[in-house]
Design a protein around this ligand. Structure first.
Ligand SMILES: [Zn+2]
Length: 427
């Protein structure tokens, strides 16, 4: 008998514990005028999205009554859709400024700027970003800050410092040798062995993804062109080493032969892809390399031309890229290259990320393809296709609301009215 009573009281305690957990769970009922669950669907009629503890629980037809203790969000005029993903941002920097400020600005200040920009990025509807290059700890600090809810902003997948050739884009140029030596990130490498070591170092220090500057770059002071800077052996070593650690590689690349070499080396995404030609695009298609075109970067730098913002060497490089960039997505897609969304925010003011959609459509993508590039396709690039990029049960509650239907006019995404990241509304 005593044993039976004990068993009963044990059951009662367990039941109480479950009730207590439920009472403390944060539940939100979102009443949406229409729900676009993913870029491959059509918007629904009025619906309720139930969110508990940061995850989507279910999507129900009509406006369900909100139970006691749950929070109601009423958006009866809005189209609600998955939060957007930008695969190429630099949160810790703002556009412009003299290049020598690199020598006078602290990493800590980068975190302050990054916290400001993380909030602007989330308010613009971007609930996940891939941080494409920063100082050693700044993007990692922001990654933790937004994950723990201490900083308003998106989920951050961060590269940390980019691997670069000595003196190349991503290293430091333009100062006296002894100043260059002090400012270098420690992630330059020469030869397959040292490049493998730097990939391992980046992983050791917290990189979610390996960023390399496969070719010269536009905004650095080096005048060594925009073609391949790493050797084929170095890039193959980087790609193989990253794969052995379960990491993907994103390669900044402008010149066609640099794009082709990076793709053949097994690098996962080409960032920019400016001078892509038929041969480079065919290599990307054959290897499944995805293009992240960052059309807003070209837009942003062209807005600054002739205003004394850039040094002459940079101004020349900008002028060589802006026209050819107007067709880079078209050239890539002619050979079947898949395109994922990324902007290079930081080269232009953070928060304007969604202007990229109209530029993609201007190069032949449909509204639906542009939206997919920033949701389901970008999620797959991050290996997070089972967590983000659609509104579905079990997915992270990364949700935005807009006026109108982005499948008929993707520019409605430039005015996002309401944003939830991991179940928390961004104010
Ligand atoms: Zn970039």
């Amino acid at each position: 008998m005593i044993g039976f009573a004990k068993l009963l009281s044990g059951v009662a305690t367990a039941a109480l514990a479950i009730t207590a957990t439920a009472a403390f769970a944060e539940t939100t009922y979102i009443h949406a005028g229409a729900v676009l669950t993913d870029a491959g669907s059509e918007p629904s009629g009025p619906a309720t999205i139930i969110v508990t503890d940061g995850k989507i629980v279910s999507i129900e037809d009509g406006f369900l009554p909100t139970p006691d203790g749950a929070v109601m969000v009423h958006l009866p005029e809005k189209t609600v859709l998955p939060g957007l993903i930008d695969l190429h941002v630099h949160l810790t920097g703002d556009p412009g400024g003299d290049f020598w400020k690199e020598a006078t600005t602290s990493d800590e200040w980068g975190v302050v700027i990054g916290a400001k920009n993380a909030r602007l990025t989330a308010l613009a509807g971007f609930t996940t970003v891939r941080e494409a290059g920063s100082a050693q700890q700044t993007a990692y600090a922001l990654r933790r800050g937004t994950a723990e809810g201490l900083v308003a902003g998106p989920r951050i997948i961060a590269a940390g410092p980019a691997l670069a050739i000595v003196g190349g884009h991503g290293d430091v140029s333009g100062f006296k040798p002894e100043v260059n030596a002090v400012l270098t990130s420690g992630y330059t490498c020469t030869g397959a062995t040292e490049c493998a070591e730097k990939v391992r170092r980046a992983a050791q220090n917290g990189a979610d993804v390996i960023k390399i500057t496969a070719t010269g770059g536009v905004l650095s002071q080096q005048g060594a062109g925009l073609e391949a800077h790493f050797s084929d052996a170095e890039m193959t070593s980087i790609a193989d080493t990253a794969r052995s650690l379960g990491l993907k590689v994103m390669a900044h690349a402008h010149g066609a032969r640099g794009i082709e070499a990076a793709s053949r080396a097994g690098i996962n995404t080409i960032e920019h892809g400016t001078f892509i030609d038929k041969q480079a695009a065919q290599a990307m298609s054959a290897n499944g390399t995805i293009l992240v075109p960052t059309l807003m970067a070209f837009q942003g730098v062209s807005e600054g031309l002739g205003k004394g913002i850039y040094t002459p060497v940079v101004e020349d490089k900008i002028r060589s890229t802006v026209d050819v960039a107007l067709s880079l997505v078209t050239r890539a897609r002619e050979e079947g290259v898949e395109v994922a969304f990324g902007t290079d925010a930081g080269v232009f003011p953070h928060g304007r990320n969604a202007e990229e959609f109209a530029l993609m459509v201007s190069q032949g993508m449909t509204n639906r393809e542009a939206l997919a590039s920033a949701t389901t396709i970008a999620a797959r690039v991050l290996n997070m296709e089972n967590e983000i990029g659609r509104i579905a049960a079990g997915y992270s509650a990364d949700i935005i609301a807009v006026n109108g239907n982005p499948l008929t006019d993707v520019t409605v995404l430039e005015n996002v009215d309401w944003v939830m990241v991991r179940g928390a509304v961004v104010e």
